[in-house]
Design a protein around this ligand. Sequence first.
Ligand SMILES: Cc1cc2nc3c(=O)[nH]c(=O)nc-3n(C[C@H](O)[C@H](O)[C@H](O)COP(=O)(O)OP(=O)(O)OC[C@H]3O[C@@H](n4cnc5c(N)ncnc54)[C@H](O)[C@@H]3O)c2cc1C
Length: 395
Amino acid sequence: MTAIAPSIDTSALWSAYVDQAYVDRLRAYAREVVAPEGERIDREDIYPVEIMKDLARNGFSTVVLERELGGAGLTYAHAVAVCEELAVASAAVGISLITIFQAQTMIRSFGAESLKRRYLPAFAEGLLSSYALTEASHGSDIRSLDTKAKPQGGEWILRGEKHFITSGSAAEFFIILAETENGVSVFAVPRDVAGLSIYKGANSATWGLRNGPHMNVVLDDVRLPADHLIGVEGKGVRQAVVVLNHSRTLAGAISLGVARAAFEGALAFARDRVAFDQRVLEFQGIQWYFADMLTEIDAARLLIYRAAGALGEGEQIARWGSEAKYKACAVATEVAARSAQICGAYGIMESGPFGRFLRDAKAYEVAGGSAEILKNTIAKFLLPVAGLGGGSRLT
Ligand SMILES: Cc1cc2nc3c(=O)[nH]c(=O)nc-3n(C[C@H](O)[C@H](O)[C@H](O)COP(=O)(O)OP(=O)(O)OC[C@H]3O[C@@H](n4cnc5c(N)ncnc54)[C@H](O)[C@@H]3O)c2cc1C
């Protein structure tokens, strides 16, 4: 059995949807800085602190943040390109970026000016963040929460516990949803505030999307200044959904990166592996597998860059973001499984990369909006056209 290290450059297949020079820079960065660490980050389940700080220095974690706040001031399509290209090397780096983008989007979209000035420039300096919605009893359904926030003496006091918090092991800043007497609300919470602690819970370790355990975050009478309430008290679910609609497009891009990595690995194997006196890639049945995969990846890419355009124009972002994530995550799982199949036993070996691709792809069919919740959102755009009412307002 020859264990063949994947080595092939498929970049010519993936045309750039933003300026080629930017994509070339990203690809070189992903290859030289991220790829050598991709397998280790997953195996050891660690948050890639050094890489994330370096991404900030390169402007890759502040892609759409305004230049006057220290950001790169580019488009959502550039943010998609960043997630796609880096996730070819490591989906863990991709999800570490997503939680940073989520915090930025929440503050840029809804935060008070004082909050924007205080925290947004810090992201350009490498501030690491998490986005904390989920609780033990609330995942898809966050209309009510067990984490509570009460006003007291011009401050907010938060009490409760969050579960499954991606990037929580390294986050220096949290966006946290808590329920006030007027409904679910959103808060900006620095890591070093008194009363906040994190721990690795019984369910924190996952077998996919491993960038360090998905931590439990405990809020034990955490006191926050009044302006750390983000947006409107009681409108937190709507605000969270707006942010998720942004990050779902980026999550789709990460899945796309995983699909491309699997495709590339399988293509290299099929080109080099000989069976029945010919290269595996010369079997028509195998070529058809690749034709199917290429078509599906291309379709998902078109949808994702369409969704990025919608984000820039503020047009039906719930629909496009949900379609983009739904399609790309399903394609990634399918491509990862098919790629492993093409590689025979090498596809199943622990020393090969396909287990990681498959685990990351599958995990993203749940995390950040499950396939079912995304279909609920997409269906909401159908019902009015059919003359019927909308579905759930929340998903
Ligand atoms: C790797 C990973 C990382 C995560 N990171 C974070 C994070 O950083 N921050 C955070 O807050 N959370 C995070 N989560 C939690 C994640 O957002 C939730 O797991 C997700 O929202 C689903 O919630 P749940 O697991 O409670 O499932 P449930 O909501 O209990 O759903 C169970 C099943 O029922 C389906 N379902 C639920 N409601 C409906 C409906 N209305 N119609 C049809 N089907 C439905 C779901 O799709 C799912 O299949 C993470 C999860 C994972 C796996």
